[in-house]
Design a protein around this ligand. Structure first.
Ligand code: ARG
Length: 468
């Protein structure tokens, strides 16, 4: 907006000035403008205008020469914007008016024919859908980038064992690869949600006019083809009034961001001295201005922290929509700040995590040590079950053993024959000595389990689906 401020719009005549005798208060111009936010829509706005010009020519509302001249003018405006040489003015209410104003400066009164059969209401709905389509694709690529980083890391840690947790209490040994691939699965569903959103957003709203439909015989399917839309919207009122495509996008973004937030939280925990599972790369950590020993996981914390912004964006948009009567209301202009901010926040989080994850140094010995001991209790119960003991009974027996271990400071695998026999005639020192985290994970060969062979199978599938 620096440029817009530099040049005052005083003297510029507004597109709707006919109805008005007096001028807009500068305070109102500043309050109502959306230009600082919606200027990023310009490539879509101009692409939409070019398609509209072609539809006007097709409907014989413009001559071929007029159409060509408008397209040339729009190309010039696009070039100026691309090169950052476009001079915005304070009276430009939004990107749509700025483009049309400049077009008219360049080609004269013919510029005034561009808006034939069109309203800013269907125009902005079009721009938004074009933006959403592109952003869904970009998001898919960004999520795939993090997936690949996780999968690569998982391949390196196919035999690294760590404790899996429930209630943040050590639960059972798992493979680090298995844990990382859990996030890969969440991200796969996130990608599917964005694909789904794109598919539903893929409709042309242009032709809806202000709300009732354009008053000219515009060939909407033709325009849709020009812009690569699969369909045209079926109801002109709906086309300009709803923003559910944006809400779906933000819902998908909010869910994805929650996934990243949980990953961020785990990195924060794992890099703490208490866990000590991971050493952050220097390039992705920060220090303390006061405490010389500190190495802080700020990246992971900010991923977690910015999640609130994305969730807020979704709620803000839905709140904007909930009380609006049909059709367009200026409130709808508030869709863009939250939509763009939510998208940017998620995209940046994906990028920084994809760069950081491969550089985490896992302290595998510490992880393995933490995965040994009483976490193997379930395996003792499983062995008893294999010898015919009902699971509930086995659970009770091993619970008693655990209590004994805790009271005497012994490990399960060091329990002597007499103690074991005291709890169950089926238990022997040979049996408990054979219990290791490695054997524990190896038992879990079910589809989706943490056994190395199964994890490798899932890993290979992920590599095939996500690309390397
Ligand atoms: N800047 C507006 C928006 O983002 C464009 C549509 C304005 N339409 C209107 N009738 N004032 O929603």
């Amino acid at each position: 907006m620096r440029k817009a401020r530099a040049r005052s719009g005083a003297g510029m005549r507004k597109a709707w000035a006919g109805r008005f005798a007096g001028k807009t208060a500068p305070l109102v111009e500043a309050f109502t403008t959306s230009l600082p936010v919606d200027r990023v829509l310009y490539p879509h706005d101009i692409a939409g205008s070019v398609a509209h010009v072609r539809a006007l020519v097709r409907a014989r509302l413009l001559s071929r020469a007029e159409g060509a001249s408008l397209e040339r003018g729009l190309a010039t405006v696009l070039r100026e914007l691309d090169r950052g040489r476009f001079a915005f003015q304070a009276a430009d209410e939004d990107i749509h008016m700025a483009v049309e104003r400049r077009l008219t400066e360049l080609i004269g009164p013919l510029g005034g024919k561009l808006h034939t059969g069109r309203s800013r209401n269907d125009q902005v709905a079009l721009d938004l859908r074009l933006w959403l389509r592109a952003e869904c694709d970009a998001m898919d690529g960004a999520i795939a980038g993090l997936q690949r980083a996780l999968v690569k890391l998982a391949r390196r840690h196919r035999s690294t064992i760590l404790p899996g947790y429930t209630h943040l209490q050590r639960a059972q040994p798992i493979l680090l690869a298995h844990h990382l691939l859990a996030y890969r699965e969440m991200l796969a569903r996130d990608r599917a949600r964005f694909r789904d959103c794109r598919e539903r957003a893929d409709e042309l709203p242009l032709g809806a006019g202000a709300l009732a439909g354009a008053g000219f015989a515009l060939d909407r399917p033709f325009v849709a083809r020009q812009l690569g839309f699969q369909r045209v919207t079926a109801n002109s009122i709906d086309a300009v009034a709803d923003r559910d495509a944006a809400a779906e996008f933000l819902a998908a973004a909010a869910i994805a961001m929650v996934h990243l937030s949980r990953l961020g939280e785990e990195i924060v925990l794992w890099s703490s001295e208490e866990f000590g599972f991971v050493e952050l790369p220097d390039a992705f950590a920060t220090g303390s201005s006061m405490m010389p020993q500190k190495k802080n996981p700020d990246v992971a914390e900010l991923v977690r922290g910015r999640t609130g912004r994305v969730l807020g964006a979704l709620v803000a948009l839905l709140t904007t929509l909930k009380g609006l009567p049909l059709a367009y209301n200026r409130d709808l202009q508030e869709d863009k700040p939250v939509l763009f901010d939510g998208a940017r926040t998620l995209r940046e989080a994906l990028q920084v995590l994809a760069a950081m994850m491969p550089r985490l140094a896992f302290r595998t010995r510490r992880m393995a040590a933490a995965a040994d001991g009483l976490l193997l209790a379930t395996d003792v119960a499983d062995v008893l079950v294999e010898r015919g003991v009902p699971f509930r009974e086995a659970h009770e027996i091993v619970g008693g053993l655990v209590r004994h271990c805790l009271a005497t400071g012994t490990r399960l695998r060091d329990l002597d024959a007499k103690t074991l026999r005291g709890h169950s005639p089926l238990l022997t020192p040979a049996l408990v000595r054979g219990l290791t985290p490695q054997r524990s994970v190896a038992r879990r060969r079910v589809v989706g389990g943490t056994a190395p062979a199964e994890v490798l199978r899932q890993l290979t599938r992920a590599e095939r689906e996500d690309g390397r």
